[in-house]
Design a protein around this ligand. Structure first.
Ligand code: BGC
Length: 835
């Protein structure tokens, strides 16, 4: 892969084995819709996988595996609007496998959301031709997408046949592990020509009964093109139009296809096919739509600007490009079109079928990016959880608990969607899947609600729109889960799983689950403390009403305090926080031997299972678990949380804990690299860029070896942006103040960020020496900005500069800044933001 600038991701040469990765990375989307970067002439054939997905559009299918009935809900692969086939004379449809490819190049322009493809080839008859295609999924008009094709016959005259249509025969078969499970989610209801140049196909999902209409309008914009014939092109499950046109050597034939996708889940729609037909009748041509679309992207990037400027040793152009690519895919997966969609954040984007489009705790890594740029969108995504509060309550009741138990994997209605069995491709065995024991998902939901409140001050969302109810029901669930043990006077949470998915149970145990996962227990304490704070924040009438509705009395609240002061957290004599009770008694793996034998240990669980062993028996982690605590909390906050429980966290305990898990973690989840980069960046600032580079390359370099093709890792992509803002720039929203605690290497120059805090657009410029924040002009009061203990009011139209003398650096190993004096200055008028 090459790239001349930091906004273009390029792929040179035709490489079938890399096509899946390219398709995922070249996915175009607008939050409502996502379409993989598959070639328009392709079908799912093991090399290509055209996939189009609509956010929140799910269907459920049943299967039987080894006599066990299973059900899976999946984000449905929609009828393929890209479908455009070209044949020279009467020859076969062209595709890279039926011609000799001379040149092939794909380029993704992340500044404007445009994917282009150029292929030069010679066909079986020795004729040379050139094909150039550009496409977009419209960022403003959510239902529309466009594909423009230029075809040049280099050295021949003759006829070109084009078939442009919509293919409703698609299935969900993008992930090989799921391929022998049922995958046909759609039945085609109708496929019609609805005008001279337009076709519409309507399909319905088999179980959820959602309808989707996909229309395509095909035009030849050059008046000089001679059309010899035009007519319908029908096949089972597909509708298209077939055009025969004359071509002459050196001349260009242009084909313009505009597609409309509408579903029965959409608001303000009467009937999908009708809406698609009308949208296509009214839509302007490709050029105008493209111009609107690119302007929209320019606005988006201005709003979300992240610039790395002027360093003595600035970040390499590849790093900047990969960071933008990561941000680009986040902006394409969740956008303002999600405001009315009732869709969550799919872990693998709208980019592929891994994890079936389900929503996990990954929003913990995505929302911090959104909350400081698109607070209304963050609220909409939190509402996805609010609407599923009753489902979470039902799940808690079924488990014998009070409160709300959010599912580890969530889809349409908020029931638990985790698979019951999973396949180990190394052994070919289907194994019980107990990952739904990850109760900590609920804590992440609560943490996100709190972060939202901090960033926006939008108490009304919590008070009036169900946010507080969710928070308190989660607190109730975890308080209820904690059992008191008179032997040590502490509360214990038993039988759960932490974020590390390797550890599912104690060695040889019949029942899944481990006890006192430090991450779960500490976060529970945090949630219980915030729950009390939240109640105090609510207007008294609202608080009374809520306490009454939830039947939350004094005794129960007293118990929350009790649990919050006496929770058990396993800590070893050497100060290392234990992943769970009994963790240090597990065997040590011979890491060197396993590395020698297998090289890549990311899926150590599968390796050991295939050997007849169990990863449960070892001190081995798939991903950050204890270290998540350092990710979510500053050293001071963590010390405070543990201190409140009567535990002391001496300074040397932090590096010791980090080192312990670093040596025993395989990074089998991309989230792990992210958290480790973050945690290390705090203690070893100069190493930060190296780790950051690994995070931004997770998908570009397919660091997990083959998983990118199944969809990008949205948590890691958003996390890359988040490392820049919350780790390097040290942005923290706490106590009605926007704080900066930068960990930005000086040699890397200036880090410039556009942020949105408490309703006000801000520009922050961070170096290793100072933080300068400017507020957009406009009515309203100031926001509070702080570096260290020094806080200042920032008024609209003003700039605050907070400087740290060099003596205040570097940070100590424990992640705490050495004491320093902060100089502050208010500058007026503000300097013009850099473009
Ligand atoms: C990780 C989870 C994550 C999920 C979806 C898994 O591999 O272990 O932490 O939520 O992927 O991204």
């Amino acid at each position: 892969m090459t790239g001349p600038d930091a906004w273009t991701v390029e792929f040179e040469g035709w490489d079938p084995s890399d096509e899946g990765r390219r398709e995922a990375l070249c996915t175009l989307g607008n939050g409502y819709l996502g379409t993989r970067g598959a070639m328009p002439e392709s079908t799912a054939d093991g090399v290509h996988y055209p996939g189009t997905y609509a956010a929140g559009f799910f269907n459920r299918l049943a299967d039987e595996i080894d006599g066990v009935a299973v059900e899976n809900e999946s984000m449905v692969n929609l009828p393929n609007w890209l479908d455009l086939r070209i044949a020279v004379e009467d020859g076969p449809w062209l595709d890279p496998s039926t011609v000799r490819v001379l040149e092939h190049r794909q380029a993704l322009d992340t500044a404007h959301g445009v994917l282009s493809r150029s292929t030069r080839f010679v066909d079986v008859a020795g004729r040379h031709s050139r094909l150039h295609q550009r496409r977009f999924v419209h960022m403003e008009r959510r239902h529309l997408a466009g594909l423009h094709t230029s075809f040049v016959a280099e050295d021949w005259d003759g006829l070109l046949t084009v078939s442009s249509g919509v293919d409703g025969t698609v299935t969900n078969s993008g992930v090989s592990r799921y391929r022998h499970l049922a995958g046909r989610h759609l039945e085609v209801l109708a496929a019609d020509e609805v005008g001279d140049d337009t076709v519409v196909l309507t399909a319905r999902t088999t179980q959820s009964r959602h309808r989707v209409a996909v229309g395509a309008r095909t035009r030849l914009p050059r008046p000089a093109t001679t059309v010899v014939a035009r007519g319908p092109d029908r096949a089972e499950g597909r509708i298209g139009q077939r055009l025969t046109v004359e071509v002459h050597a050196g001349e260009t034939v242009e084909i313009e296809k505009i597609a409309a996708v509408v579903t029965s889940r959409d608001v303000a729609v009467s009937e999908p096919a009708l809406a698609a037909t009308e949208l296509l009748a009214e839509a302007p041509g490709f050029t105008d739509l493209l111009a609107e679309h690119t302007r929209c992207w320019e606005r988006l990037w201005r709003w979300c600007r992240i610039e790395l400027l002027d360093g003595a040793r600035p970040a390499p152009v590849e790093t900047v490009r990969d960071l933008r690519l990561a941000g680009f895919h986040v902006l394409q997966t969740v956008s303002r079109h999600d405001l009315d969609l009732d869709a969550g954040i799919p872990a693998r984007g709208l980019h592929g079928e891994a994890y079936r489009g389900h929503v996990f705790w990954d929003e913990l890594f995505v929302l911090p990016v959104l909350v400081l740029r698109f607070p209304a969108l963050a609220r909409a995504l939190l509402l996805y959880r609010v609407r599923r509060l009753d489902a979470a309550r039902r799940a808690a009741r079924a488990a014998g608990q009070r409160g709300a138990m959010y599912p580890w994997q969530s889809g349409s209605d908020g029931r638990e969607e985790s698979q019951r069995l999973h396949l180990n491709p190394l052994s070919g065995r289907w194994l019980p899947d107990t990952s739904d024991r990850q109760r900590h998902i609920g804590l992440a939901v609560a943490y996100n609600l709190w972060q939202y409140l901090q960033a926006t001050g939008d108490l009304a969302f919590l008070a009036e729109q169900g946010g507080a109810e969710v928070f308190l029901e989660i607190a109730r669930f975890f308080a209820d889960l904690a059992e008191h043990d008179p032997a040590d006077g502490r509360y214990h949470i038993r039988g759960v799983m932490g974020p590390d998915e390797y550890t599912t149970r104690y060695p040889g145990a019949a029942e899944p689950g481990i006890d006192d996962n430090a991450y779960t227990n500490v976060l529970t304490v945090w949630v219980l403390r915030r729950a009390r704070e939240l109640l105090d924040l609510l207007p008294s009438t609202r608080r009374r009403a809520l306490l009454e509705t939830l039947d939350l009395g004094r005794d129960e609240l007293r118990r929350w305090d009790e649990v919050g002061r006496h929770m058990a957290v396993p800590i070893h004599d050497d100060g290392v926080i234990s992943q769970f009770a009994g963790y240090r008694e597990l065997a040590e793996l011979d890491w060197d031997a396993y590395r020698r034998r297998y090289g890549d240990l990311q899926r150590l669980d599968r390796i050991l299972e295939a050997e007849g062993r169990s990863v449960d028996d070892y001190q081995a982690s798939k991903q950050a678990d204890v270290l998540m605590l350092f990710y979510l909390f500053s050293a001071d906050e963590l010390r405070d949380l543990l201190g409140g429980l009567g535990y002391v966290l001496p300074p040397e305990a932090i590096p010791r804990t980090i080192n312990h898990y670093l040596a025993r973690t395989t990074h089998g989840s991309t989230l792990s690299a992210l958290v480790h980069a973050w945690v290390l960046a705090r203690a070893h600032r100069e190493e930060a860029l190296h780790h950051f580079d690994r995070v931004v390359r997770s998908d570009v370099a397919d660091l997990q070896g083959g998983t990118t093709a199944e969809g990008v890792h949205l948590g890691a992509m958003a996390g890359a942006v988040d490392v820049v803002q919350r780790c390097f720039a040290g942005v923290e929203i706490r106590g009605d103040v926007l704080r900066f605690n930068p960990h930005w290497p000086g040699r890397s120059g200036v880090l410039e960020l556009a942020l949105h805090y408490r309703g006000r657009p801000l520009t922050a410029r961070v170096t290793d020496r100072e933080v300068q924040v400017s507020a957009d002009a406009g009515p309203g009061g100031p926001v509070r900005i702080a570096v260290g203990d020094e806080a200042r009011d920032l008024w609209p139209g003003r700039t605050v500069r907070l400087a740290l003398p060099r003596s205040g650096r570097p940070d100590g190993e424990d992640g705490q800044r050495a004491p320093s004096t902060v100089r502050t200055e208010v500058i007026d008028p503000p300097p013009a933001p850099r473009s």
